[in-house]
Design a binder for this molecule. Structure first.
Ligand code: ATP
Ligand code: MN
Length: 478
């Protein structure tokens, strides 16, 4: 039965009048007892079925409702109606699954994103989420393709980890200990020796440290997997469970790292521009419509497509952290006290600062380098000035930080100095230090939050709307 199925996308692309096909999908609308708009998820566009009188009984006609699933056989014909070139003249229609119109939540009208978040099990069937998740898929594919073509090895870093050295955020504990009867040591502390792994373990916040190990054997590797942060930040850019891509390259300095990150972002966006035109057009229109309700000064200066094309075309701006601070301090925003947080050399740039640099000052993505050592992780390489490290963050319009990366400290003595200064325990980190003991090499890498790039490309304002089932504080449905 299912082998005969043709996808709507294929018919729209390659079909010609006269083709005999079988399609299967879900009803969007049904009008005049004759025209069925059907969707099978393969394409942004609905496909129109024209149903000659008499193929279905009176009672079956009533079962053609929004959300019902159908198997339709018929002949592809040139459409006389507006909006489509081809349609399907049905010769037989089989109802595979009913959908009670009184109960089906997705009626053929506009639903709010908030409403659809509650119906996340069904929202895949809407135009918006169809587009978002087809683009999410394309980006994932483009990421693998980009690295594969350059000879990178895809490394599956562990999800459960005992190292808490990354310090990238709060961690979720993994345990099988009975919570109501925790085993205690003589010092009355929890005895993790009795836990599953015989020690305290967590869900990973990053695969970077493991990627560094593999990079010193394969040269170029990348991870692409779920990461977890128990940070209680209810923002439109943070999830408790998100996917991260972390390339790590031996024989790379910070410059090489920036070049790769920029080429990477451009390549994956270009892939979507080339392969998801209809989905992007749909989302661009949706965004433009949404922005009409905003005050003029809050609207984007560019449409979604222009924004993406600009990112692919223009070189990213590259500035040092020190230059960033100078620009911010010289800005009218600073002088008029429009920033909530103060701007001083040494601060961690707040998202209002990042957005000012990207959206108001440069109007394109910006790579900021050479951050003060005090605000960056222990593994980042100390610069010759003794004050800054070879870090780089890429800031994107509308999102802020999208990539965080650095050249890693490959000199054992310098690394030990920094670990001591930042209270990172060295005893459990011998495996990490061994990489510097045996054939150490300059190396660098970065992390790209997958959902952040999906947000950027789709123009979706809330990160909860670009992952199938969002995990956020006090929310773990489905
Ligand atoms: P932010 O300042 O936005 O919280 P971060 O400095 O904590 O980011 P990194 O530790 O450098 O981020 O993580 C690498 C990348 O992972 C970030 O550039 C961002 O794209 C993404 N990222 C970080 N935290 C989250 C999160 N909670 N949800 C989704 N993506 C995230
Ligand atoms: Mn964070």
């Amino acid at each position: 039965m299912f082998g005969q199925r043709k996808k709507i996308k294929e018919i729209l692309q390659h079909g010609i009048a006269g083709d005999k096909v079988t399609i299967m999908g879900w009803v969007r609308t049904f009008r005049n007892n004759q025209f069925i708009a059907i969707q099978d998820g393969s394409s942004q566009r609905n496909f129109q079925i024209v149903m000659p009188e008499g193929i279905l009984s009176e009672s079956d006609l009533k079962r053609i409702t929004t959300g019902a699933s159908l198997k339709v056989k018929g002949e592809v014909v040139n459409s006389t109606g507006k909006g489509q070139a081809l349609e399907l003249k049905a010769t037989s229609i089989e109802i595979l699954g009913d959908s009670d119109p009184e109960k089906y939540p997705l009626q053929p009208k506009k639903h709010s994103l908030e409403f659809l978040r509650e119906k996340a099990h069904l929202r895949f069937r809407t135009n918006t989420f169809g587009a978002v998740f087809r683009i999410r898929h394309s980006l994932a594919f483009a990421i693998h393709q980009f690295f594969h073509e350059r000879g990178f090895i895809y490394l599956h870093s562990p999800v459960i980890t005992a190292s808490d050295a990354e310090g990238a955020g709060e961690m979720f504990r993994v345990t099988t200990l009975p919570l109501d009867q925790l085993p205690k040591t003589e010092e009355n502390e929890i005895n993790f020796r009795e836990d599953f792994f015989g020690k305290s373990t967590h869900l990973t916040v990053s695969g970077q440290l493991e990627a560094e190990l593999a990079a010193t054997a394969f040269g170029d590797v990348y991870t692409f997997g779920p990461t977890f942060r128990a940070e209680n930040s209810n923002t439109t850019r943070h999830l408790a469970e998100f996917w991260m891509i972390e390339p790590e390259m031996a024989f790379y300095d910070i410059e090489d790292n920036m070049n790769l990150a920029e080429a990477f972002i451009k390549a994956i966006i270009q892939f979507v521009l080339d392969h998801n035109k209809e989905d992007l057009d749909f989302l661009a229109e949706r965004l433009a419509e949404e922005e009409k309700s905003l005050p003029v000064d809050k609207r984007s200066e560019m449409g979604l497509l222009e924004k993406l094309q600009l990112v692919c075309r223009e070189p990213f701006e590259r500035i040092t952290y020190t230059e960033a601070i100078e620009i911010l301090q010289a800005s009218s925003y600073y002088k008029k006290k429009k920033f909530k947080f103060d701007v001083q050399w040494g601060i961690d740039l707040q998202s209002e600062h990042e957005r000012y640099l990207v959206e108001k000052h440069f109007k394109k993505p910006v790579i900021v380098t050479a951050y003060p050592e005090g605000i960056k992780a222990f593994y980042m390489r100390m610069n010759a000035d003794g004050k800054t490290v070879a870090a780089m963050d890429i800031l994107a319009p509308g999102i802020g930080e999208i990539v965080g990366g650095s050249q890693r400290e490959e000199r054992l003595d310098k690394l030990l100095d920094r670990m001591e200064k930042m209270n990172v325990p060295t005893a459990e980190m011998q495996w990490y230090l061994d990489i510097r003991r045996f054939g150490t090499v300059p190396h660098a890498g970065f992390g790209l939050g997958f959902e952040r790039i999906v947000q950027f490309v789709t123009g979706m304002g809330n990160i909860r709307d670009v992952i199938p089932f969002a995990r956020t504080p006090k929310n773990c449905e489905f």
